[in-house]
Design a binder for this molecule. Sequence first.
Ligand SMILES: Cc1cc2nc3c(=O)[nH]c(=O)nc-3n(C[C@H](O)[C@H](O)[C@H](O)COP(=O)(O)O)c2cc1C
Length: 540
Amino acid sequence: MTMDSIRIYHQRTKHRTDRYAKGPGYMDWENQPDPFRRYSGALSKALPLCAKDLSTTFEQLDKRSSIPTHPLNLTGIATLLEISLAISAWKEMMGEKWAVRCNPSSGNLHPTEGYVVTPVLDDLKAGVWHYDSLNHRLEQRGVPQDEDLEHWSSEFPEGVFLIGLTSIHGRETWKYGERSFRYCHLNLGHAAMAVGYGAACLGWKARILDSPSDEEMELMLGLDWNPKLPPAEKEDSGLMIAISTAHHDPTAISTHVEDLAQLGEKASWNGRPNHLTQNPLREWVAVREAYHASHKPRKPVSKPPVLPERPMIANHCSQKAVEIIHQRRSAARYDGQTALEQASFFRMLDALLPCKNTGVWDLFPVATALHPVLIVHRVIDVDPGVYILPRHPVAEQKLKHAMRKEYLWEKVDAAPAHLPFYLLERGDGREFAQIVSCRQEIAGDGAFTLGMLAEFDANLKLGAWHYRRLHEEAGALGQVLYLEAEAAGAQGTGIGCFFDDYFHNLLGLEGDQFQTLYHFTVGAGVVDKRLSTIPPYDRD
Ligand SMILES: Cc1cc2nc3c(=O)[nH]c(=O)nc-3n(C[C@H](O)[C@H](O)[C@H](O)COP(=O)(O)O)c2cc1C
């Protein structure tokens, strides 16, 4: 039943060339949701701004053993947040001012909220802390009962704590209507991978926990604690990420999640959430139903497969990783001229393949369910045309079978042998790329654009909650592309607006064995000189 519902949701929220998925149809600027949640009255702890002291370079992230591990303390947690979920700059143009963050978000609406769940640390009380990214501070939401305090802390294996991510769907539905549920989970994937990179910079490990159910997440983060919130402002369960220092195993906390949820149920929950709009936001039934239809059940703790260790194409980016993370921006325009270096292009593709060398792909237990199909426009010594990067050998065979029979499947000779990169068809795809991306010029004016084909049917058969997970993996891939593009001196832009079946038709795909879930463009961005940039926080 729920699996059918989520398939129906997916179909009805497809953009088509002759009609967009159901949305509000206009922008109600008077009632734009506040992208920042705060909990007034909760104990608040200002966090130090110390990311600038982190010397890890971007190229060092490929050699995790070379990164010194930071101790688990308030400074470490503050740094992790400052390079993953914090504001990275304020932008100003013609009297308008808005914040951009390390994690990008569709429409810059930021549905994702972040929480830190900790044992007693030297300089931080035990409990559940909401991250107030506007002020870079923690607000203590959940306080374990005095008699439970020791029990609570004992549930955290040494060197481990949790980051919880939630979604406020109403922030997205305000602009995107029914398609918003997809966007929320793409955003969660971006945010989770932002945390993954942050952890890697500190020499830490990050792993999304597969075991907690929605209900356990809700209990652990106190999401149901304030029933007075209008439904569209409610925070829904997203992802629970275990973080550990280098010498510990983040997944060791998996077996403690049930207990932590029970203790969370007994905790006292502090602070009053701010209202995000003046008038209550409209509740979009299709989005609420999609959340319930893709309910995440409790899963047994399993040992994930070990990632392969293999040669990686170097990125030669000796800039500090923190700088790359803070300078990351979406290009709103591309110059339509500059070609990307071949080596940079192959490196970006390589970074999309999980391997053991880099810490960032520790994030997912398994993450090879999506396969980029690229439309290359301007890459030096790579013919313009349609290409594919199957991220798993079994999927490669399935894709061959499902896609157009006339496709070439010619291995690209210039690419390193370990890169499963194939030419499908030569030709100028700029016009097609633009049309498929809801006619956005960014898709034709960059060096390449891509759509991520998910093994949709097979994953949904594992459980409807995999619908969320597929979008989260897609968002994570997008985050890798954003940072890799910056490191190569280029820029990226996530593309959530695309004509789903128009893309499938080009590739000759029928049915829902494969579905495209997210698109992306990389190229030479054009800087908008009218914009000025202001530092993120007014303190040092
Ligand atoms: C899931 C997702 C979908 C997006 N879709 C589009 C899109 O279709 N077109 C576009 O120009 N930008 C798109 N963006 C880029 C956002 O507009 C951008 O991230 C946001 O304005 C914040 O700016 P920043 O990335 O520079 O921080 C998307 C971003 C995300 C994360």
